[in-house]
Design a protein around this ligand. Structure first.
Ligand code: ATP
Ligand code: MG
Length: 496
């Protein structure tokens, strides 16, 4: 269906793609695999007309194709679900889905009823229970991701590109997406599918292509490879994926958890739910929070961080009223939010500035910023978290999705908080970099920090936590010591 040959793409100072070739076949899912910064999104942007300036050729249905822009690519049958969601926050779900391809009636006027109705059909297909006329900004990231998927489904495309479509959705939503993908396959669509969740690929993909440092390393049939084989092709060396080596590199034992209570939450009620939440966090503890989409995990963090009115908490036995994020930061809290486009990065600033943003005061003397301290800080995190960037002066918006996420984590780690709240911290991060982040979390915990991590990935939450709380509809339905928690027990509590 589509064949890209010898594609090379350079940005100033960076060769993102070097002679890459890729074939997509009708009725099949081709997985595109590679570490953060390998060139996956760049290749997909070329195939969908986002970048028009590149070397190499694209053939669509055996005919040379050259897209002059995204509109041209759409018209020729290419749909893309972008990794960084491309929705307009102040427009409604319907307006976003029909943006640039509005339905008009015979008088040339917008046919709002028709658009609303079609949107409803798409939302039903995705089993997404939201009102088509709600603004995108009022949706959670997971819901936004489903709207982005709905948008791509509206086009009757031949080729559908999905760049990390499941990074913000879990469980039932993922199953629904996979059902839809199975239907798309039956109707002969060619699908390119990017994901760092390798297990998914074995469920839905027929073929794979591995990219490494902008080069195509290998393509083949999924049937002929194992997860370990794929990972070693990705990183260019043997890397054994077993729970112990990848997920808990330092072999954490629960004894680093002290008896001192760091944070105490009593009778907290989340705005949408009418339930009392009570729990505490100890020094040196990593507390995992598991739950399905909509269970109230992000709301819990928002409440603790003073984003939803006043929250009463105790930090080191001192009762505090948190009325704003400023109060929260003063109390020693830091929040790495799940929505990196909205709360995470400042796109027009450098990687260095984005990392030092939260600690400018510490890096200054008498109000003057010490450039050498700022450089040291940036360099430390670029190397600790293996942030792939040509230099610390690169604008952060030019980094790959996973590398932006690493910079956000760095920015909050730099504040040396007492209590670190991490909402889906490893979303979009490759398997190798994940273990670096786990290692850092463990070091921080060992130095006396308390960490609360929300994660939808069961293996992850089981590997890094000392204790796991489960939320379901705004209520705590489980509290497991790590030794008694299993995937099954967590899931059971999550649907309770
Ligand atoms: N607009 C840009 N300007 C400069 N460099 C860029 C730009 N876009 C991408 N790059 C660089 O090109 C390389 C490939 O990035 P790309 O986004 O394609 O990676 P990716 O494989 O999608 O990674 P991830 O898994 O993190 O999403 C990276 O080194 C990135 O920093
Ligand atoms: Mg990407």
């Amino acid at each position: 269906m589509l064949s890209a040959k010898n594609i090379t793409k350079k940005f100033s100072g960076v060769t993102a793609l070097d002679n890459v070739s890729l074939d997509l076949q009708s009725g099949k899912v081709n997985a595109i695999i590679g570490e953060n910064g390998a060139g996956k999104s760049t290749l997909m942007k070329i195939l969908s007309g986002v970048y028009t300036d590149y070397e190499g050729t694209i053939e669509l249905d055996n005919q040379a194709a050259k897209f002059t822009g995204t509109r041209a690519a759409q018209e020729q049958g290419i749909a893309i679900i972008h990794q960084e969601l491309n929705l307009i926050p102040n427009l409604t779900v319907t307006e976003n889905i029909f943006l640039g391809r509005e339905i008009t009636n015979r008088f040339g006027l917008l046919d709002k009823a028709a658009m609303r109705q079609k949107t409803q059909v798409l939302l039903d297909t995705l089993r997404l229970d939201i009102d088509p006329s709600v603004s995108i900004k009022d949706l959670k990231v997971g819901q936004q991701q489903l709207v982005e998927i709905a948008k791509a489904l509206l086009l009757d495309a031949k080729v559908i590109i999905m760049d990390e479509p499941t990074s913000a959705i879990t469980g039932a939503e993922v199953d629904t997406l996979f059902d839809i993908i199975a239907d798309l396959k039956k109707t002969g669509k060619a699908i390119a599918y990017i994901s760092h969740k390798l297990d998914e690929l074995f469920k839905i993909a027929e073929t794979y292509t591995v990219l490494r440092d902008g080069k195509s390393i290998e393509s083949g049939n999924m049937e002929e490879v194992t997860k370990d084989m794929l990972v070693s092709k990705m990183v260019g060396r043997d890397l054994v994926i077993s729970k112990k080596s990848t997920l808990s590199p330092s072999g954490r034992d629960a004894s680093t958890v002290s008896n001192d209570i760091l944070l105490k939450v009593d009778n907290l009620t989340l705005s949408k739910f009418n339930q009392n939440i009570n729990f505490s966090l100890k020094k040196g503890e990593i507390l995992g929070i598991f739950g399905l989409m909509g269970a109230g995990r992000t709301e819990l963090f928002e409440a603790l961080f003073g984003l939803n009115g006043t929250t009463k908490i105790e930090v080191e036995n001192t009762p505090l009223s948190i009325k704003s994020p400023a109060d929260a930061v003063k109390a020693g809290l830091a929040l790495v939010s799940e929505d990196r486009k909205k709360d995470g990065i400042i796109p027009e600033l450098s990687v260095k500035k984005n990392i030092s943003l939260t600690t400018l005061l510490d890096l200054s003397r008498n109000g003057i910023l010490s450039p050498s301290k700022e450089n040291d800080l940036a360099q430390k995190y670029i190397s600790d978290l293996k942030i792939k960037t040509p230099s610390d002066a690169q604008l952060i918006k030019n980094l790959s999705g996973g590398n932006q996420q690493k910079a956000i984590i760095a920015k909050w780690l730099a504040t040396k908080p007492k209590i670190l709240l991490l909402d889906e911290p490893t979303r979009g991060i490759d398997i190798n970099a994940k273990s670096e982040i786990y290692k850092l979390m463990q070091e921080l915990a060992e130095s006396g920090l308390g960490i609360i991590m929300v994660s939808s990935e069961l293996p992850e939450i089981l590997a890094v936590s000392d204790r796991i709380l489960v939320l379901s509809e705004g209520k705590l339905t489980g509290d497991f010591d790590i030794n008694e928690a299993t995937e099954e027990s967590l899931l059971k509590a999550a649907i309770a």
